[in-house]
Ligand binder design. Structure first.
Ligand SMILES: [Zn+2]
Length: 129
């Protein structure tokens, strides 16, 4: 799967895929409506991805309190930003709000706290030499 997309866009994409997966599974159950237990099984199985999508949407709602809006320097449109590094919602420009990571090679690993700290420590070490 293409990872070069804005995080919020990607999470919403996953949730949408789950909704469709659930509906498709339930729809397939219609072919077995002569067999009630099999039909029921498909309906139940369809609820699993639907449940996941609800959890994802709920989680997006939770993290959206941590979302900040920044103006993209490339396309000058306000883009929703999550974490330390993310791609622009519109033009996929890699962006960072972390001063230490400015001008560095883009890597989504920097959203992981200990990897980011390790990177900054290594960079500081290099500068001291
Ligand atoms: Zn942009």
């Amino acid at each position: 799967m293409e990872r070069k997309t804005n995080k919020i866009k990607r999470i919403r994409g996953y949730a949408l895929v789950m909704v469709f997966a659930g509906l498709i599974i339930m729809y397939l159950g219609v072919f077995f409506r002569e067999t009630p237990w099999l039909f029921g099984l498909f309906i139940l199985a369809g609820f699993i991805p639907l449940g996941f999508s609800v959890i994802i949407y709920f989680w997006v709602g939770m993290v959206s309190t941590r979302i900040i809006t920044v103006e993209c320097p490339n396309c000058e449109r306000p883009t929703k930003f999550l974490g330390r590094v993310d791609y622009c919602y519109f033009c996929k420009e890699p962006l960072t709000i972390d001063k230490e990571l400015e001008g560095e090679e883009f890597n989504l690993d920097y959203n992981v706290q200990h990897r980011r700290d390790a990177f900054v420590a290594r960079k500081k070490q290099k500068e001291d030499q």
